[in-house]
Each structure stands twice: as C-alpha cells, then as structure tokens.
Design a protein around this ligand. Structure first.
Ligand SMILES: NC(=O)C1=CN([C@@H]2O[C@H](COP(=O)(O)OP(=O)(O)OC[C@H]3O[C@@H](n4cnc5c(N)ncnc54)[C@H](O)[C@@H]3O)[C@@H](O)[C@H]2O)C=CC1
Ligand SMILES: CC(=O)[C@](C)(O)C(=O)O
Ligand SMILES: [Mg+2]
Ligand SMILES: [Mg+2]
Length: 335
C-alpha cells in the first residue's frame, strides 16, 4: 500500500527561505503560483515576454519575469509548460541558469521518464503532481481544501528533495487531501493511461457514441444531451463521494439492474484488450514518441481533431442548453 502524508505532518521549513519559480501560467501554473503565494512562500512566475498571461499573473499580485530571469532568481524551479514544449525551453533558458543545489520540479513525469530532459547530477529532481485539473487545484485551495497529490524523488543531490517536495505539496494545498509517494515511472504511465483510457479519452468517446446513437435513432438532440452528457457529472459526483456503492444506492432499482447487466456488454472484452494496447504503447514509449513528433510539427492532428470536436452536434446542442442554465455558463478560469 502507498504511504500517505497529511498536512499536520509537513512544514514550510524547507521552502521558507527559497525562491520558487513557476514556469508557465496555464491550468497548473496559475494554480500553483497563486496557492504557493497565498501560503506565504516566495514565488516568481516565468513567462515569455509576448505571453498574454503576463498581465494576468501581475494582476493576480505575482512577480513575473522571463523564463531566463526566473530561472536565475530561483532555487526551486517548477516546470509547468506544456509537456511537449518543456525540453526546448529547458535547454535554452533553464539549464544554463541552474546552480548546484537547485531543485527542478515537475507536475508530471513525462520529460524525465521519456528522456527528453536529462538534468545535471548536482540538482534535486522531484515531482509534485496534483491528481486533478489545475482549475480545481485553485478552486479547492480557496475553499480551504485541496486535490490529492503525488510526490516522487528522481534525484536527491542535496539530501532535502523529499522534504522540499512535501513543503511544495503543502503550499499548493495537496497535503490537505493527502499526498502519496510514487515514482516518476509509475506516475507517468498511470497518468497517461488514466487520461487516455478512462478520464478524458474513454469518457468523451462513451458520451459521443451514446449521443450519436440516440440522435441517429430519431430522438431529440436535447434529450440525448441530457441523458448522455449532462447527467454524467451528477452520477460521477456520487461515485466521487461514496464510491460505486453510493451511486447504485441513489439510482432506481431499474437503473441499478439495467446498468449492472448491460454495462459490461458495452465496455467489454474488446474494450479491455484496447486498454492493454494503450498501456503497452505508453510503457514502450510509442505514445510518447508520437506525441513529441506531433508537437514538433505544431500539432496538425490535435488541431484538426479539436476543430472537428467543436463542430460535433453534441457540442452545439450542449452550448445552447448550458446557456440556459446560469451557473453552468461561467468561464473556466473565473476564479
Ligand atoms: N492540466 C492539468 O490539470 C494537469 C497538468 N499537469 C502537468 O502540468 C504541466 C503543465 O500543463 P498545463 O498546466 O496543462 O499547461 P497549459 O497548456 O495549461 O499551460 C502552459 C503555460 O506555459 C506557457 N508556455 C507555453 N510555451 C512556453 C514557452 N516556450 N515559454 C514560456 N512559457 C510557455 C503558456 O503560455 C501557458 O501559460 C504538464 O507537465 C502537465 O502534464 C499535471 C496534472 C494535471
Ligand atoms: C488533469 C490531469 O490530471 C490530467 C488529465 O492528467 C492532465 O491534464 O494531464
Ligand atoms: Mg493526471
Ligand atoms: Mg496528465
């Protein structure tokens, strides 16, 4: 079983006299920088001069510098740039400014595990990976709670890497929900598997296919949307809070019997085999290579798929429905 560390077992001691550079101000970057800052730690944000986030981070009360200058100023450098862009920025702007005893930190093990960033031996390298989207890392922190986190130490040059990781996890609020120890390999492979097979890939594909079947069978798109998409959150909330047991308890006997007997015919042996294939491609580096090459040519596949997805009837009808439900129409980064 995993070791779990909670808030009262951690302190800010390892970080209190250090400067932390948070590189990037996207989903994770804005959450880490703001949470660490509000936890009383010394934070600078590293961005490109041209970045539209520069003004936003400043208006959030943070000190902003170029990536170069932030790397120079910092003892602890958290890299929250897109995974496929980290290596180029690291080699041109971060590594030349690293000093012995600095710490290099990641929220996902991708670049270390797949050998895209090979750090010098005299720096600490560790991970603090929230198990949730950045906007939720921020929202839960402001509510006095947090998102569970993983820590892993890849390289411990100073003998303080684990302590630094725990202080950082405390600073973003993760220790409030519990921090679990893992390795770079385990985090990278399970995280990629989760987002491809279940959380993002499997779920969106399930929703779209179920929606398409109902619409093709002649039902109104609004009915199809409510059934196959809107209600997902309401069901998932029950699972999140109390496991499958709470969900089965809350739905009707009809839904429980129908769900338990038909579910395994939908996600079946064939789907399970596809999951094993996805896992193998993660483990043998094939997925990583494909994604890195896609990034090098400016994401032609990703951009085309994003466009197609936006045009999907599910997204069109969903937008109209959500526009009529006031609390659903907020921008995601209204925090
Ligand atoms: N999105 C999420 O909730 C989660 C992300 N992670 C990890 O966190 C890391 C960051 O991911 P996201 O927050 O999703 O990224 P993002 O795409 O939301 O934000 C990236 C940020 O980097 C900036 N940026 C891009 N290229 C740059 C460059 N060349 N120089 C300087 N700044 C640049 C962008 O302007 C933006 O502020 C990744 O390692 C990811 O795997 C881990 C857990 C969850
Ligand atoms: C939000 C999260 O943890 C993901 C799905 O792994 C990611 O955004 O990479
Ligand atoms: Mg994840
Ligand atoms: Mg991920």
């Amino acid at each position: 079983m995993a070791t779990i560390i909670y808030d009262d077992e951690t302190t800010f001691d390892a970080l209190k006299d250090k400067t932390i550079a948070v590189m990037g101000y996207g989903s994770q970057g804005h959450a880490h920088a703001r949470n660490l800052h509000e936890s009383g730690l010394n934070v600078v944000v590293g961005l490109r001069k041209s970045s539209s986030s520069w003004a936003k981070a400043e208006s959030d009360g943070l000190k902003v510098m170029t990536v170069d200058d932030a790397a120079k100023a910092a003892d602890v450098i958290m890299i929250l740039l897109p995974d496929e862009k980290q290596a180029a920025t690291y080699y041109s702007q971060i590594e030349p400014n690293l000093k012995a005893g600095n710490a290099l930190v990641f929220a996902h093990g991708f670049n270390i595990h797949y050998n895209q960033i090979v750090p010098p031996k005299d720096v600490d390298v560790f991970m603090v990976a929230p198990k949730g989207p950045g906007h939720i890392v921020r929202r839960t922190y402001t509510e006095g709670i947090g998102v569970p986190g993983l820590i892993a130490v890849y390289q411990d040059a100073t003998g303080k890497a684990r302590e630094l990781a725990l202080s950082y996890a405390k600073g973003i609020g993760a220790t409030r929900a519990g921090v679990y120890e893992t390795t770079f390999r385990e985090e990278t492979e399970t995280d990629l598997f989760g987002e491809q097979v279940d959380l993002c890939g499997g779920l969106s594909s399930l929703i779209k296919n179920a929606f398409e079947v109902l619409v093709e069978a002649g039902y109104q798109p609004e009915m199809a949307y409510f059934e196959t998409c809107h209600e997902v959150k309401l069901i998932v909330d029950l699972i999140y809070e109390g496991g499958l047991e709470r969900m089965w308890h809350s739905v009707s006997n009809t839904a429980e019997y129908g769900g338990m007997t038909v579910g395994p015919r939908i996600i079946n042996e064939e789907s399970r085999e596809a999951m094993y294939v996805a896992l193998e491609r993660i483990q043998n580096g094939e997925f990583a290579k494909e994604f890195i090459l896609e990034g090098m040519v400016n994401h032609p596949v990703l951009k085309a798929m994003e466009r197609q997805e936006k045009e999907h009837p599910l997204e069109i009808v969903g937008k109209e429905i959500r526009a009529n439900i006031p609390w659903l129409n907020k921008k995601i980064d209204d925090d």
